[in-house]
Structures are given as structure tokens and as C-alpha cells.
Design a protein around this ligand. Structure first.
Ligand code: SF4
Length: 233
């Protein structure tokens, strides 16, 4: 599959973004996800691709987001070292990684490993509705308390536009994310190869009642298409 793996996000918080390859998501059970197929278990092949992508980073905004269809802890060690080196060489002081909630205990060491670069750690929560998140979407976060879910993370991903969500549940998710995180992204469900498909009525509810509240908020990125950050396919 052709993938664009480098882009610049000029809006709100300007930054560069790269989509690299890790060894593969350890979880692979989220009902709405098919992008974990973008993985490379061969470390040499992954490092070769990741080196090519990272060579495009200029450091123009001093901020870089690194995503990998999984968690930062699934990168091979050479890729992690190269990310660190690229940041130091190109004056990048803020680096954003994503991680599954289950790796939260490893985050403090990662922050130390990357010092003096500031890490912003982003967790995929999708929704604070426990029943929907765990019994339908199988996200793998067996914690009900939003504050405890957020502990150790700076940013989050939410998912909207799926059957089972309501205006009230999406508003609650957004309100909680605003109170618990520095920044977050809202991903509108897009058609993919999983049985979970976009629900047009729920998306209409989101666009009419929730989107206007957050579209201009500098803390929130709304992705109507999952390629809105300029990477992916
Ligand atoms: S959403 Fe993230 S954690 Fe869940 S299966 Fe996909 S890559 Fe893995």
C-alpha cells in the first residue's frame, strides 16, 4: 500500500509528523482498527524505511509527532536512537509519541531516555464510555476512572461517529478530554475493512452540536478524514 509518511501540520500547533513502522501493535483487538497491518517485524527493513522517512525532517517548527500504527514501545532500538539523534541535530525540543495505555508504566523511563527533549505522550482512549470502549470496541483499558486513565499521559485520541454514540456521550468525551489533557485529537470514523463502520446519523450529531464547540480550540485537532494530518493512505 502506498503511504505518505512525512508531512507538515501548519495549523494550530505547527509541527512536522512522520508515520514510521514498528514491529506491530501488540494488541490488534480494537474492533474499529485495521491500520495495525502497517507493521514490519524485520528490524533491518523497518530501520531502513524509518531512516528514509526521518531524513525528511527539517526541524522547522521545533516540534515533531511520531506515529507508528501502534505504540512507541514497538519500535526497534535503532529507530528510537535515530529519532533521538534527529531531534537533537535539528533543534526539535518537543517530541510527540503514541502509546497504548497498557505501556503507561514504561513512560517515565522513556522521558528520561529522551531528555532534554520534552516528550508529549498521547494515549488512544476513543471514548470514556466504558461499556462501548471495552465491551464493543475491545480497546483494552480496564480502568473506569477517567482521571486514572489520563495519569502519565499529556494528550489523547478520541473516536466519534460510530453506532452507540450519542450527542451527550460525545459531548461528555470532549468535556473530559478538555479537562484532563493538554491537547487531544478527535477522529471521525472513516470506512475501513472492519465491521465497525461510520454511522451517518451520529456523525451528523457530532458535526451539528459538538464540532462547532471545538473546531477553533487550539487544544483540539479534528480529523474528518484519517489522512487529514497528511500521512497514511
Ligand atoms: S487502535 Fe491502536 S491499540 Fe488498537 S489495534 Fe489499532 S493499533 Fe492496536
Amino acid at each position: 500500500m502506498d503511504m505518505n509518511r512525512y508531512s507538515v501540520i501548519p495549523d494550530k500547533r505547527p509541527r512536522e509528523i512522520v508515520l514510521l513502522q514498528g514491529r506491530g501493535c501488540f494488541w490488534r483487538r480494537c474492533a474499529f482498527c485495521d491500520y495495525y497491518h502497517d507493521a514490519q517485524p524485520d528490524d533491518d527493513a523497518a530501520f531502513a524505511l524509518n531512516s528514509r522517512v526521518l531524513s525528511q525532517v527539517t526541524g522547522q517548527y521545533g516540534e515533531l509527532s511520531v506515529i507508528n500504527s501502534g505504540s512507541v514501545f514497538e519500535f526497534d532500538p535503532r529507530t528510537l536512537d535515530l529519532i533521538h539523534t534527529v531531534c537533537l541535530d535539528r533543534g526539535i525540543s518537543t517530541l510527540r509519541f503514541e502509546s497504548h495505555w497498557r505501556f503507561r508504566d514504561r513512560i517515565p523511563q522513556l522521558r528520561r531516555d529522551f531528555a532534554p527533549i520534552t516528550l508529549k505522550m498521547k494515549v488512544g482512549i476513543e471514548t470514556f464510555d466504558f461499556d462501548l470502549r471495552e465491551n464493543v470496541w475491545h480497546k483494552g483499558i480496564p480502568e473506569r476512572d477517567p482521571r486514572r486513565i489520563a495519569e502519565g499521559f499529556d494528550e489523547a485520541n478520541l473516536l466519534v461517529g460510530v453506532t452507540g454514540q450519542t450527542r451527550a456521550s460525545m459531548e461528555r468525551d470532549v468535556d473530559l478530554a478538555l479537562s484532563l489533557f493538554e491537547r487531544f485529537s478527535v477522529n471521525v470514523m472513516c470506512a475501513n475493512t472492519t465491521p465497525v463502520q461510520p454511522d451517518p446519523q451520529v456523525i451528523d450529531e457530532f458535526m451539528a452540536h459538538v464540532y462547532p464547540r471545538i473546531v477553533d480550540d487550539p487544544r483540539v485537532d479534528v480529523l474528518i478524514e484519517n489522512t487529514d494530518f497528511g500521512v497514511g493512505a
